[in-house]
Write a protein that binds this ligand. Structure first.
Ligand code: COA
Length: 153
């Protein structure tokens, strides 16, 4: 069942994010202090995100387990000729290993896309080091459009 995340999901969202980061960056075990720092930041972030209108986290719940999560973070940029400047960054996508290849992330991204469209968002975008996520999104119609320049602070 796909639904919007609520504040009582925060501990599960934190566990999901830690598992995602460890898998993406091939880290077996985070250093204890690093893990504690990240956990604290994540608790704060998800508590904020679950009550903020500019952020939508969708979860796919299977019995009592959270099988998959995908977030949509809305940005309000100045409108331009091409669109209204409302974009959503797709973030924190993760399907727990035992629930993969069942179409869960595809359904979450589609459900989020429909909700973003209703909110007037004109484009979704993401950046990922995950080839699986890139392929999945390309299959859903995402096209590579821009190369971004960034300055790490
Ligand atoms: C990338 C990731 C989110 C995909 O999640 P998922 O729930 O397995 O995704 P889906 O099942 O919707 O689609 C995955 C594949 O399964 C296929 N599939 C969908 N339903 C299927 C089914 N019923 N039976 C078999 N295969 C199926 C899809 O066509 C897709 O195929 P493709 O890889 O050839 O494109 C997941 O592998 C993951 O969490 N990876 C680690 C973290 C990560 O990369 N996160 C993204 C960070 S941006």
């Amino acid at each position: 069942m796909i639904r919007q995340a609520i504040p009582s999901d925060v501990p599960a969202l934190v566990r999901n994010r830690l598992a995602q980061q460890q898998e993406l960056y091939s880290i077996d075990n985070l250093d204890r202090d690093d893990r504690q720092r990240l956990e604290e930041q994540l608790f704060g972030y998800f508590a904020w995100a679950c009550t903020n209108d500019n952020v939508l986290f969708l979860v796919d719940q299977e019995d009592s387990a959270i099988a998959a999560v995908c977030g949509f973070s809305i940005e309000h940029q100045p409108p331009q000729i091409e669109d209204n400047g409302e974009y959503a960054y797709v973030c924190d996508a993760y399907t727990a290993p035992r629930f993969r290849c069942q179409g869960r992330m595809g359904r979450l991204v589609r459900a989020g896309t429909a909700q973003m469209r209703k909110r007037g968002v004109s484009a979704l975008y993401f950046d990922s080091i995950s080839k699986d996520m890139i392929r999945l999104c390309q299959n859903l119609g995402f096209k590579q459009r821009h190369d971004y320049y960034s300055l790490v602070l």
